[in-house]
Each structure stands twice: as C-alpha cells, then as structure tokens.
Design a protein around this ligand. Structure first.
Ligand SMILES: *Cc1c(COP(=O)(O)O)cnc(C)c1O
Length: 392
C-alpha cells in the first residue's frame, strides 16, 4: 500500500475522482501507547470498530493482542492476522452454531451473556465445557453517550443477581461487564457502572475474577470535546478502590473508537454546491454513516490543491452521492466560504465506524485506501505544539 507524507500531497498527486480513505498508523500507535501506559488492566480492541487488516496489524504491533469480537467473521479476521491472539466473544447474543464453532474450532473460552437462555445456549453448545470464562453483562444508563447501547443489551438489576449466581456455577472464571455507550462524554458513567457491580458483589457475596468496563472511551469532534482520557482512568481507579474488595479482580476494557477514530480520514470531492448545501462523493451509505442519523460532526478541512482558501467560514450541510434523501449529513461542517465544485475536503475521525460501514448501494463504493504520515485534524493524544491539536 502506498504511503504519502500528507493528505495534501496525496490529493495534489492523485487528484482523486472517487472518495479516498486514509489510515494514519502513527495515530493508532499513539493511542495504543497511551492505553498501554495508563490503563491498569487488560486492553481488548473492539474489532467491529475497524477490522481493516492494516489497522489490526498496527494495533497488534503496538502491543495489544487481545480482541473483543462480536462474530465468527471477526474471529477469522483476527485468527489470520494474529493466530495466537486472545479473543473474547463479547456479543451478548449469539447463535448456537457460532458458539460451537468459536469454542471447538477457534478455542475461544471467553463469552458474554445477559440472560439465562443465552447461558443455557453456551453450556449446551460447548457440551458442558468446564473451562469457560463467562461475563455477565449488566445494563447501565447510557445517558452521557452519543450512541446508546443500553436498549439492546444488559441484564437489568432484578435479573442480574440470579443470573450472576447461576453463571458462577457453570464457569471456570467469571466476570461482570457493562458498556457506558459509545462516545461517553462523562467519566461518571464508569463510576456508576462500577458502583452497580459493587452492589451485585455485596448482595451475592461473589467476587468476580474480572471486571470489564467495556468501551465508550471518547474521541474528539468539533462539538464534542471530552475531558482528558486521564480523568476517565482516574475515575475508574477511584471507583474500583471504593469497592474495598479484599481481592481485586482483573480489570479489562474494550476500547474501539478511542483507539482508532483519529487514525482515519475520508477525502471527498465536491460535486455540486447549492448555497450552503455541498453535494459530495461519499455519504451515509459510504464511510460517513455516523454523520447521518447519529449526527456526528466530523472535523472538516478544505484541501488547498492550488486554490486560495478564504478566511471567511460558512456552515455547510453535506449530501451524499446516492439517490436516497437519508444520505444527508446535517453537520454543520465549518468550511471556507469560497468552497466550490471540484474542491477536496478532508473529514477526520472516521477511523472508527467509518470504513467498515461502506455499502455498494446505488453503485457508489470506493476501496481506495492509502497510508498517510501527517497528524489528525483533531487529537486526544498529540501535543498542542502549534495550537492546532488538542492535548489530552
Ligand atoms: C462496540 C463495543 C465496544 C467498543 O465501543 P467504543 O464505544 O467504540 O469504544 C466495546 N465492547 C462492546 C461489547 C461493544 O459492543
């Protein structure tokens, strides 16, 4: 795969007709280094966020070789790239066939569940295996998250106690897990989740082998500027100490977005401008899904490419290339006032939930991917040396 010094160099040389997806290996390395240095436990990369081979390889080479997987296909991806990786099958709802294949073919012992029926399925599909590490996922409020996962997963407190006791009887090791929702804007969500786990421990008098605080660690967007990641770790440590356990369970986390969001940019071309509406060549059926319904505002930057860039800024809405009016991205995306047809825009933070969401709907699909060496438009990890990047 070709590597360019910068997004600008890439555009000036290729003048791409179709959208281009860029990967910044340096960003992945910075994020992984940060988590390795600061998170006091095991880090699982949530593969669904971005299963691209270069991305997964970079994560592995940065010292994270344990993965939160949600499907057999993801197991296969990891198995190919890193045959001795540790995989955790953390989708709380799985088919019997997939549980069986994961256990018997891929030697996976770690499974999540949030109901008694799922527990029975796991027991039956593994022929009563005695070497399972089972994680009971509990439901907690996702009030500070941009993407809520609590409506779909997690045992509610009235069920959690019985389920935890029953699961204990059928597992070699047992864990409790939660997910605060994706892009969690306040560390207090982790405090509450750990507090909820504390209640379960007190009531059942069972100390789990693992406490898994899930994903949800934030990235940074123009309108979503979270506290530093240090404060998230600080709150997690404080909440764990507050449990006052004689024996501290092993801590686990499952970051997706925070490890890879900054590593990806999509370069789009303006096909037409109608006042404040920009019709661009990628959209919600491509790598910009999150700019649609979840209305994530990606940082946007007009690429010079021989043009004068106006200092005056305007708020734009984007429209994608397909014929569906859901292919609309409200933004606002703040760009120079003089932007016009033929100009290129870099959209940042699409390394998570971007490249993996692309469809071939309406015949628009680009698979042009390159590596770049320059910095992300916004960063939780880069130093604020020129005032442009935010310090964590
Ligand atoms: C999606 C998901 C993650 C990753 O979440 P982020 O918000 O991207 O960090 C982690 N764990 C589970 C179980 C998930 O479903």
């Amino acid at each position: 795969m070709r590597e360019f010094n910068s997004v600008n160099d890439l555009v000036n040389e290729l003048k791409p007709v179709d959208p281009i997806y860029c990967i910044r290996p340096n960003s992945i390395r910075s994020a992984c280094n940060w988590f390795n240095k600061n998170f006091p436990g095991k880090i699982l990369y949530a593969v669904k966020t971005n299963p691209n081979e270069i991305v997964v390889n970079e994560i592995k080479n940065s010292g994270i070789n344990a993965f939160d997987i949600a499907s057999i296909e993801e197991i296969k991806i990891i198995n190919k790239i890193s045959p001795n990786a540790e995989c955790y099958y953390m989708n709380a709802i799985k088919s019997r066939e997939h549980i069986k294949e994961a256990y018997f073919k891929y030697n996976i012992k770690n499974f999540a569940l949030d109901s008694k029926d799922e527990l029975l399925k796991i027991i039956e599909s593994t022929n009563n295996a005695k070497d399972l590490n089972l994680f009971v996922r509990i439901s907690i409020s996702n009030e500070h998250a941009e993407v809520d996962l609590s409506k779909k997963f997690g045992a509610i407190s009235s069920e959690a106690l019985g389920l935890f006791r029953l699961t204990k009887a059928h597992s070699a090791k047992i864990g409790l897990s939660f997910h605060v929702g994706s892009q969690c804007m306040h560390p207090i969500s982790y405090t509450k989740g750990i507090g909820e786990i504390g209640n379960i421990i007190r009531k059942t008098k069972i100390i789990p082998d693992f406490i898994n605080v899930g994903g949800g660690f934030p990235s940074i967007y123009p309108d979503l500027r979270p506290q530093s990641l240090d404060s998230y770790i600080f709150e997690i440590k404080k909440a764990l100490a507050n449990l006052k356990l004689n024996k501290m369970p092993q801590l686990i986390c499952e970051p997706g977005r925070a490890l890879v969001a900054e590593s990806g940019s999509t370069i789009v071309k303006v096909i037409l401008r109608k006042k404040q509406k920009l019709y661009i060549n990628d959209g919600t059926y491509g790598s910009l899904f999150d700019a649609g319904q979840p209305n994530i505002i990606f940082p946007a930057r007009m690429i010079q490419n021989g043009r004068i860039i106006s200092k005056k800024l305007t708020a734009f809405n984007f429209y994608g290339p397909t014929c569906d009016s859901m292919d609309y991205m409200k933004g606002p995306f703040i760009l120079p006032n003089n932007i016009k047809e033929g100009d290129y825009i870099e959209l940042g933070q699409v390394g998570s939930y971007g490249i993996t969401f692309r469809t071939k709907f309406n015949g628009f699909f680009s698979n042009e991917i390159y590596k770049v060496k320059d910095n992300a438009i916004l960063s939780m990890y880069e130093k604020e040396d020129d005032g442009k990047y935010l310090v964590a």
